[in-house]
Design a protein around this ligand. Structure first.
Ligand code: ATP
Ligand code: MG
Length: 401
């Protein structure tokens, strides 16, 4: 992509009311634009990152047998009344439609997915099954000051699994947990498993937490046995597993997995006909992961004073080709190098802007944070080379074209 044609520009300052570091950098670099608190537009650079994160998730969830669907964001009041969440879920956005109909915007999708899957699952032969979607969720979060970490409209991958019995649900839960670890490490995040409240239906859920000072969660970390627990659920500094003294660390919750068991199936008669001809309750698992929060978390842990530092797996481009051409001859050579890199399969952001100083181009390049910067100038071309620098390192190398 030619930077001269990119419709967004980098900004010197982030909006004054934006206090979170991830949103300040993402807005300044032209990855996202803030419409209002907790609601952002993904611009060309930011959308590329979001899609890469989503694709990593898609690959790993497909690999554990998830079947991708896309459910509506809009759903009828009746479904939410049936689960008690019309009044019970404080962050639910509610709307009125024509003819006095009332609707909710999806905050999560148990109310839609359970009746959907129930229409197809009748016998033990239809189980197990797992469906997921990657979609925007809506939650009327009271505080939306953490940029992409806490949106009122945000992206989520939600996977729902359906099983014959608890043992099958448990073994799938372990598989998905391993897939989550892969997803986060492929995204360049060191996410740790943390025990958290599971609501009324099981002892614990498990969260995947990235430790960083700007996290909104407090996690008890045991240096001795390595078990972590969310502070929401326990108040004791002493580790319940080994008795050691624990410390509290700030963290960002990037994923959360739950054993729903029969919470949503028993009250709604979601049963199947078992091999012995008995009617049995369907066991459910539910697995959430927020690609937009992951994007914010990557920025929170990957930046320096000059801007963002993207891991190669999710960077908007592989290479930032910066042309310092002052003559048509050099500009033409830079164009040729750009074409050549594209032909070799690289994703390249090409700073071909004619009226911008070298200093401003380098500052933009550091802010945007593409993993490799290639500089082309009359000087590098004398040696038939480009100057290569890895983002986050000082060292530069002249590399033959
Ligand atoms: P939190 O405790 O941070 O409010 P939650 O526990 O209510 O989140 P879940 O319902 O478990 O969130 O959602 C699954 C995943 O969706 C979370 O692990 C996170 O990655 C993402 N997520 C949840 N709420 C938001 C939000 N407001 N903005 C961005 N991502 C979110
Ligand atoms: Mg959660």
């Amino acid at each position: 992509m030619r930077q001269s044609q990119l419709f967004t520009k980098t900004l010197r300052e982030a909006p004054k009311d934006e206090v979170s570091l991830n949103a300040q950098l993402l807005i300044r670099a032209g990855f996202v634009d803030k419409l209002m608190a907790g609601v952002y537009t993904y611009l060309p650079l930011g959308l590329r990152v979001l899609k890469k994160i989503q694709n990593i998730i898609r690959e790993e969830i497909d690999a554990v047998g998830g079947q991708e669907i896309l459910m509506p964001a809009l759903s009828p009041k009746e479904n939410w009344e049936a689960t008690g969440r019309w009044d019970g879920l404080d962050v639910l956005f509610k709307l009125e439609g024509a003819g006095d109909k009332e609707y909710a915007l999806g905050a999560s999708h148990e109310e839609v997915v359970k009746p959907l899957v129930q229409r197809f699952v009748k016998s033990y032969k239809d189980l197990p099954e797992a469906v997921y979607q990657i979609q925007h969720k809506f939650r009327n979060e009271p505080r939306a000051k953490s940029g992409l970490l806490r949106g009122r409209e945000f992206n989520m991958k939600d996977l729902y699994s359906f099983h014959r019995d608890e043992a099958d649900m448990n073994s799938y839960y372990e598989k998905v947990s391993a897939a989550y670890s892969k997803i986060f490490s492929r995204c360049g995040l060191d996410a740790k498993i943390v025990e958290a409240t599971g609501g009324t239906f099981s002892k614990f859920s498990h969260e995947f937490q990235v430790f960083t000072e700007h996290g909104e969660d407090d996690v008890y970390v045991c240096g001795k046995c390595g078990k972590n627990q969310n502070k929401e659920l326990v108040t004791d500094l002493k580790c319940p597993y080994c008795g050691a003294a624990r410390e509290v660390k700030k963290a960002i919750e990037v994923g959360n997995i739950f054993k729903l068991k029969i919470k949503y199936s028993a009250p709604f008669a979601f049963k199947y006909c078992a091999e012995d001809n008995q009617e049995k309750d369907v066991f459910m698992g539910c697995f959430g992961l927020g690609p937009s929060r992951v994007m914010g978390a990557i920025v929170e842990v990957g930046h320096d004073a000059n801007g963002m530092i993207w891991p190669e797996s999710v960077a908007p481009f592989d290479i930032h080709l910066v042309s310092l051409a002052k003559s048509p001859v050099v500009a033409k050579r830079a164009d040729e190098i750009y074409e050549k890199l594209i032909r070799s399969g690289k994703e390249v952001l090409y700073d071909d802007r004619a009226d911008v100083s070298a200093g401003a181009k380098f500052a933009d390049s550091d802010l945007i944070g593409v993993p490799y910067r290639y500089v082309v100038s009359a000087k590098t071309l004398e040696k038939d080379s480009v100057e290569v620098k890895r983002r986050g390192e000082e060292k530069t190398d002249l590399v033959k074209i």
